[in-house]
Design a protein around this ligand. Structure first.
Ligand SMILES: *Cc1c(COP(=O)(O)O)cnc(C)c1O
Length: 459
């Protein structure tokens, strides 16, 4: 009796189901070819298990759906806006709220307000849309994440941490006046969903405070980060996710949020700040790009679902099952010998394509190749996070990121444990025949965020 395992299980039951289409190998071959070997260009109808992203793909609760019916679709001053404002203040602690249609809407407005031409924006690893908005505003991103984050084998618990020495060097080199803010992401997406510790965040706060530099928080996955702090950081095991989330936010001056992730909605985001002057300018600018400052491109019902989703996202039971499912999948893959980024992150499994396909050089897009092979094998859709996603520098050269990954992103509350088994088995069977796999050639390349629309041919 002593060795009985106590498993986690979903803190919800299923009320409605969506039927999936099963495909044959020949159907998948045709679909992949038509999509130019880019999983972003597949029709969702041709996909069995969709792990392209955890963005906007969550299942809403019955309470959120009930909230959708409570939409106050007034052009100005919707009741749902005030509800959302209250929740953002209560859960995250930021003073002023500007809703936007999604995260990049907030990034655009914030970058335009705070960044001047020639500015430097240090951050714990780049994110595609975040860096692009910083560059379009005239700034330059500088990576200050710890070196461990670039090593897929390193098992350090907080690979999202900032290297304080790198930050201090940048401030010394450029001067604080050239640094409008430090960009801090929680659950660093491009590093594999790796968390930053409270201890490190406090150190960043101390350095920036000394120089009068703001911290802007990319809080897209702050609740998942809080879970790792609760599990792994000394002194936090008895604290609730809600209190850890609030503590994280308290060390920052403002945030951009893609509510399509943590906050359990299909569309939405916001900019939140503590500084009245920044708020005033943002409130004015949002009218140009998104909509009036009390809806920012969203319907009243969307803001209501977001307000309720934020509350659900910081429940201990929710986050334990959410990350528990991701860890379950990761451990299965490890059992099969599939090389993945360790430790397992919060929102998905990142397979190391350089290790999986060591015979394919980065110029032949190993991660892009692997994502297409997984789809061909099982109809599971994943995506590339490597040289294609990294794009080109201002001078036209490719960025060659150290990490060449395929992301298996898990939507929240959507798939079951049996789906996780099927996914791991597919990765394992492609791994078994890895030596026969050849790379891809890029035949079409769009100018911005090329990974979304680039097309390839098999070699
Ligand atoms: C998704 C995401 C964004 C951008 O948000 P969108 O809602 O897709 O515009 C910004 N930062 C991170 C870390 C993200 O994962």
């Amino acid at each position: 009796m002593k060795n009985i395992k106590h498993s986690w299980a979903e803190p919800y039951k299923i009320k409605m189901v969506e039927l999936l289409k099963m495909t044959s190998p020949s159907q998948r071959k045709k679909a992949m070819k038509e999509a130019g070997f880019n999983t972003f260009l597949l029709k969702s109808e041709d996909v069995y298990i969709d792990l392209l992203t955890d963005s906007g793909t969550s299942a809403m609760s019955d309470r959120q759906w009930a909230g959708m019916m409570m939409g106050d679709e007034a052009y100005a001053g919707s009741r749902n806006f005030y509800h959302l404002e209250e929740v953002v203040k209560d859960v995250y602690g930021y003073k002023y709220l500007i809703p936007t249609h999604q995260g990049r809407g907030a990034e655009n407005i914030l970058s335009k307000i705070l960044i001047k031409k020639g500015d430097i924006i240090p951050g714990n690893m780049y994110f595609t849309t975040t860096r692009l908005h910083q560059e379009l505003a005239g700034g330059k991103f500088e990576d200050i994440i710890i070196d461990e984050a670039h090593d897929s084998e390193n098992e350090f618990s907080f690979k999202g941490n900032v290297d304080i020495e790198k930050l201090e060097k940048l401030i010394k080199k450029h001067g604080a006046s050239k640094i409008p803010y430090v960009s801090i992401a929680t659950s660093v997406n491009m590093a594999g969903g790796q968390p930053i510790s409270i201890k490190n965040l406090k150190e960043v706060r101390a350095v920036t405070k000394k120089h009068g530099i703001r911290i802007i928080h990319d809080m897209t996955r702050v609740a998942e980060n809080a879970f790792f702090i609760q599990q792994k950081e000394k002194g936090f095991s008895n604290k609730s996710i809600k209190s850890i989330v609030k503590e994280i936010c308290s060390y920052t001056d403002g945030a951009t949020m893609s509510a399509k992730k943590d906050a359990l909605v299909n569309i939405g985001g916001f900019l939140a700040v503590n500084d009245w002057d920044v708020f005033e300018e943002a409130r004015n600018m949002v009218v140009v790009y998104e909509g009036l400052h009390t809806y920012g491109g969203l319907a009243g019902r969307d803001m209501e679902a977001m307000a309720i989703g934020i509350g659900e996202s910081v429940s201990d039971e929710h986050i334990k099952a959410r990350v528990g499912q991701v860890i379950y999948l990761g451990e299965k893959m490890i059992e099969y010998g599939v090389p993945i980024v360790k430790p397992i992150g919060g929102h998905g499994i990142f397979v190391d394509a350089k290790k999986f396909l060591p015979h394919i050089p980065q110029d032949l897009f190993p991660a892009q190749t692997l994502a297409s092979e997984i789809y061909l094998d099982s109809g599971v859709r994943t995506m590339e996070r490597g040289v294609v996603s990294a794009g080109r520098k201002a001078n036209g050269d490719n960025y060659y990121p150290k990490l060449e990954l395929v992301r298996f992103t898990i939507p929240r509350r959507v798939y079951t444990q049996a789906h996780m088994d099927v996914i791991a088995e597919s990765a394992a069977s492609v791994y078994e025949r890895r030596n026969k796999i050849k790379g891809l050639k890029m035949v079409y390349e769009p100018k911005y965020l090329r990974f979304f629309q680039a097309r390839f041919e098999q070699l």
